[in-house]
Write a protein that binds this ligand. Sequence first.
Ligand code: TNX
Length: 637
Amino acid sequence: MSFRVDLAVVSEQKQFCRFGLTVHNLSDQDIHNWSLTFVIDRFISPDSVTNAALSQVGSFCTLEPNNTHLKANAHFYCEFSITTAPLRFYTDGIKDAFIQFNNSNARHPVVVTPIVLASPYKERTHITPVDAATLNIIPKPNQYEIYDGQYTLSNDSQITLQASGAEEAANWLQQELSSLFDFKMKPIGKGDILYRTNPTLDEGEYQLIVDRFGVRLEAGSASGFVHASATLLQALTRCAEPNQLTIPYLKIVDSPRFKYRGMMLDCSRHFHPVERVKRLINNLAHYKFNTFHWHLTDDEGWRIEIKAFPELTQVGSTRSVDSPLVPQFSTISEEYSGFYSQAEIKQVVAYAEQRGITIIPEIDVPGHCRAAIKSLPHLLVDDEDHSQYRSIQNYNDNVLSPALPGTYLFLDKVLEEVAELFPSKWVHIGADEVPSGVWEESQKCQALMQEHGYSDTKELQGHLLRYAEKKLRSLGKRMVGWEEAQHGDKVSKDTVIYSWLSEEAALKCAKQGFDVILQPGQYTYLDMAQDYAPEEPGVDWANVIPLEHAYRYEPLAELDDQDPIKKRVLGIQCALWCEIVNNQQRMDYMIFPRLTAIAEACWTQNTQRNWEDYLSRLKGHLSLLNKQGINYRSPWK
Ligand code: TNX
C-alpha cells in the first residue's frame, strides 16, 4: 500500500496559522477504518479540525477521519489551526507519519512531503571570503607572539613529564596526535615535548613556548595542561615527510576569561549513545570548555539508571505506540529506547575528567517529569488532582506534586544516587517551564499551601526546590537550576541560576545576589537554525542564529565592564536541545562551527575578539574539523 501526506499553510497571521492536510491513498485498494498518526511540534487546536477528530500528546498526533472510507487513488482533506508564530523551516512540518487500520496493529508507512510554507524567509546571510590566518587557534589566545623559524616534531619526539597533574593531558595529546595527524610517538620518557609545572599559573591558565629546543607546556593545574595541549594540537601542521609535524616558534601566555565555559546536551528527546557523548566531550576539550551539562531526564525519556527505581529506565526510557510513553519527534512506528547504565556514566565521567571537563548532571523537576511520572505512578500521581494545564511541549501530565510523600522519596533516592555517581560539586535541578494552572485543583496542594501560608502556587515550586537544595547540601552538593528556580522565592542565594529566556533574567537574578550562568536562547541555542533558508534545519522561537550572531555574543553587554554586577556572571553556556537531533550528522551540523564562536566568547577577552580575525582562523581551522569527519555547516557555502 502506498500513502502520501501533504501539509500546506493556507493562511498565516502573527500568532495564528491555518493548515490544510491531505492524505493520498495512492494504492489501488479502498481503505476503511483508517487513522493517520503523525508528528508535529506545535499544538493543534483540537476544535479547529475539520472532517476529523484529533488527539495530541506532545508532538504525537492521531487523526481519525469522520468518513472512514477512502477510495483507491482518492484523497482525504482536512484543515486545522495552530495559535503559533509563522512556520519558516521544513523541519517545522510533519516529521514522520504512518497509517493504521482499526482492525489491525500493522502500521503502514506514509511518504511525507516537505511542508508548503506561506512565507519562507527570503534573506540569506553571506560571509565574505577570507584567507586563512598563519596561526589558526580557536579560541584566540589572550597573549601571544610568533617568531621566525619553526620546530619539527618527528619520530624521535617524546614527551617529558616534569609536572604533577599533567599525565592525563599528555596521554590525551598523544591520542589526538595519532587520530588527527596519524602521528605516532615513543611512550612518555625523556624528549622534546616538556610538560612542566609552573606554580605561578592559576586554574586553567597555561603557557606554550616553542623554540629551537622543542615544545614546552606549562601550567599549574591539570586543566591548564589540557588547554595547553589543545592549543598545541591546533598550532601544528603536517609535513610532506611521513611522521613529521611543524610548529612555528612562539610564546603563548593564556588564561580563561570566564571560569565556567559550558555546553548542555539534551539526551532525553533523542538518546545519544555513549560514543556520541564522548565524541562531543572530546570536541569540547579542543575548544577549552570545562563543563558538560548533561540533560538526562525530561518528558520524553528518562536516561539514567537509578538502582532504587529500576522502573525509571524500564518504562521511562522507551517510547512506543504500545507503551506508557508514546512516540515523539521521529521514528514513530518503531520502538525508540535508550539509557545510560551507572557503569557507562562512570566511564563518561572519567573520560571527561581526563580532558579537564566536569560533568554536571541535570535531573529536571518538578516540570518536564512525564517520563518519571509514567514510570512511578504509584509514587508520583495524585489521583485527586484535577488541575488543568498544558505545558509548552503539550503535556497535561508532566509535573510532580509537591504535596505527595512519594515525590520526596523519589527525589531523595534519585539525588542520592546522582550525587554518588558524579564527582561534580554542582547538581542541576531543572525547574524550568512549570505550566500555569498546575496544582490549583489539588486538595493536597491547597492544604499544603494553607499549612505554610502560601498564596501563590509558585511558592509550591519553591517549596519543593528548597527541599531539593537542602537534600543536595546534605550530600555535599550545590544546587543549580534554570532561571525559574527562584520563582516562589524559596531557594537560597547559593543556588546558581542559569538564565535562558533572556539576558534580563540573568541581570535581575545577579542583582538579587545570585551567581549566574548565561545561556541566552537568542545567542547560544544550537537548535536554532543557522540561516533564514527554509531548508536550514532548526527552530527559531528564540532567534535565527547565524555564525556571526553567535560570535558577537557578549554577556550583559550594556553594562560597564567595571560594574560590580558583572562579577556575578560565572560564565557562558551553549545548549543543544535535541527535538530534531537524532543522529551524528545532524548533531555535528547544528553544533559546528557555532561552538567555536561561543568558545571564543567564553575564553577570549572581549578586547581581543574580532569577527574578521576569527573568520580567518576558522578558515584555517576547518581542515582539523575535516580530519575528524565533522559534518559542520560550511560558513562559505
Ligand atoms: C526550551 S531552555 C526548553 C527546552 C526545549 C527548548 C527548545 C529550557 C530550560 N527549556 O525544554 O527543548 O526550549 O529550544
